[in-house]
Write a protein that binds this ligand. Structure first.
Ligand SMILES: [Fe+2]
Ligand SMILES: [Fe+2]
Length: 525
């Protein structure tokens, strides 16, 4: 009796030890680690089994061995894997093929010859095949059967959990690339324009809106929206879902707006229906805006709290990027207004040239836009245009303001303004990129300009400044003549194509001018 009891306790202990040995599987939170562990357990429990585990990789729609690139994969819509889903236990591979009348000889050869597999054990969870184990022995002993049963029972749970962890890791990797993706936009306007498209790649939503916060007006102003044709209105603090988010300075997540005691009665933002998430785009110093997204229902399902966390992370990245761009833009604007006031002071001496540089800037930027130049190029042209005659600061006032014809000596003197301008503009950082545009704004493509340079020897953008400069001279009053009309100035300007600048620059200016002044007929030119 005592001996029986001892035996029974020993059996229980052996069973428990086997169970606990499987607990190692719980140590893994990724599929790859879990599979490695299961493979080594199978190899030691079933000697000579040479096990292989094929795992379902949902994004690739196939079963394959994890971390063993280059070996075969099996499509997840194959009949073989469909048949395995219906198996509750392991079977001989040959039996699966004959029982279900499978004709896939390539797959049969792959499993039986390449992998030398004889037995297959499916791992099925909630009617879907998560993985299957191939082993090279034709049958299992009773003990091995029971071990494999225990192993697959544990694996199905752990694989399911690991797949969730894998998805989270993939999401994290994708999220970590988001700040870099935001950098690709040249300016804040571009970034905002694509904001909802970018967010949609991480979080699918039905309707969404981004408002920027106007501190002066104390209003949320719609910037980009997908609202099913509804034009959104600006919102005051505390009004509507987004206004409340602004007021509270924290995110809100509601699974069903229509059932919510307060949101369902709100008159604002009716286009936000179903589940929604609303998040402030803010830094620790200021609120920049609010982003609100909703899923009406249907096939996208409702938003969960995990989507709220995701949107909060995205907006944190966004806020950092927007804030640094805003600070840079503010700094640049204040710098630009200092530079502009310098040229205004210079031009104030002579009423014939008053406002000249600002107008040249307007025309030059117009040409650059018509040529579809990049934001950075337009920025360079804008600065170069406003500063193009800054060198006149070093020329005597008597020459600058002289209303009668210049002598040869005076003309020689005034020509120095390009070199003086070049020297004034600092050769470090940003200004080194524009100093050549200032130096060569009197070059001609026929090689008869101030420095007698030929195209290719000076930056081509200098032609833009040159054309804008000449046009403004033609369209302004001079001591010896009245200003030309737009049409007359354009006719004179066209005569300089091939001499001062090329046809492309002239066409761009003409296109821009037609839009700008509403000149309807090109025959006027
Ligand atoms: Fe000039
Ligand atoms: Fe000028």
């Amino acid at each position: 009796m005592e001996e029986l009891l001892t035996n029974s306790i020993q059996n229980d202990l052996i069973h428990l030890e086997k169970q606990y040995s499987l607990d190692v599987l719980d140590d893994w939170v990724t599929t790859a680690g879990l599979i490695e562990s299961a493979l080594s357990m199978t190899a030691s429990a079933v000697p000579g089994s040479n096990p292989h585990i094929f795992v379902h990789v949902s994004e690739a729609h196939e079963f394959r061995e994890i971390d063993r690139e280059g070996l075969s994969s099996i499509p997840d819509d194959s009949l073989f894997t469909a048949c395995l889903t219906m198996q509750s236990a392991g079977s001989l591979i040959d039996d699966v093929f004959s029982d279900y009348n499978l004709n896939d000889s390539m797959l049969h050869d792959l499993l039986r010859e390449t992998y030398n597999a004889q037995f297959v054990i499916p791992i099925v969870h909630r009617f879907s095949l998560l993985a299957f184990i191939l082993i090279s022995v034709p049958e299992l002993s009773g003990e091995q059967h029971s071990f494999m049963n225990d192993l697959t029972a544990r694996l199905k749970i752990n694989l399911y959990a690991a797949s969730i962890a894998d998805n989270r890791q993939r999401e994290l990797i994708e999220l970590s690339e988001y700040p870099e993706a935001l950098h690709r936009y040249e300016n804040l306007g571009e970034l905002i324009k694509h904001l909802l498209d970018d967010v949609a790649k991480k979080l699918s939503f039905d309707y969404g809106i981004y408002y920027h916060y106007d501190e002066y007006l104390d209003l949320l102003i719609p910037d980009v929206w997908i609202t099913g044709g509804v034009k959104p209105d600006p919102l005051s603090t505390g009004k509507g879902i987004s206004g409340l988010t602004l007021e509270r300075k924290r995110a809100s997540y509601i699974p069903d707006r229509e059932k919510h005691p307060s949101y369902s009665f709100m008159a604002e933002e009716k286009f936000i229906q179903g589940s929604f998430i609303s998040v402030p785009v803010q830094t620790d110093k200021r609120v920049l805006g609010v982003i609100t997204l909703c899923r009406e229902s249907g096939k996208k399902g409702i938003f969960g709290v995990e989507h709220r966390y995701m949107l909060e992370i995205l907006t944190a990245f966004l806020a950092t990027e927007m804030n640094s761009r805003l600070l840079y833009a503010e700094l640049e604007e204040s710098y630009f207004s200092t530079v502009s006031s310098l040229t205004r002071a210079l031009e104030a001496k002579d009423h014939y040239t008053r406002g000249h540089s600002e107008r040249v800037m307007k025309y030059a930027v117009g040409i650059a836009q018509a040529l579809n130049l990049s934001y950075d190029s337009i920025r360079r042209i804008r600065y170069a245009a406003i500063l193009h005659d800054i060198g006149k600061i070093g020329i005597s006032d008597s020459i600058i303001t002289k209303t009668s014809s210049l002598t040869d000596a005076e003309y020689k003197e005034i020509k120095k303004h390009t070199e003086i301008g070049y020297d004034i503009v600092n050769d470090s950082g940003f200004f080194s990129e524009i100093r050549d545009l200032i130096r060569y704004h009197h070059e001609k493509i026929d090689g008869t300009g101030y420095y007698e340079k030929r195209p290719g020897d000076y930056p081509w953008e200098a032609m833009i400044i040159s054309l804008a400069d000449i046009y403004d001279a033609l369209a302004s009053d001079r001591p010896y003549r009245k200003a030309y009309t737009h049409e007359e100035a354009l006719v004179s300007l066209e005569k300089l194509v091939g001499i001062n600048f090329d046809q492309k620059i002239f066409n761009a200016f003409k296109d821009w001018m037609i839009c700008e002044t509403g000149l309807k007929s090109q025959s006027a030119v």
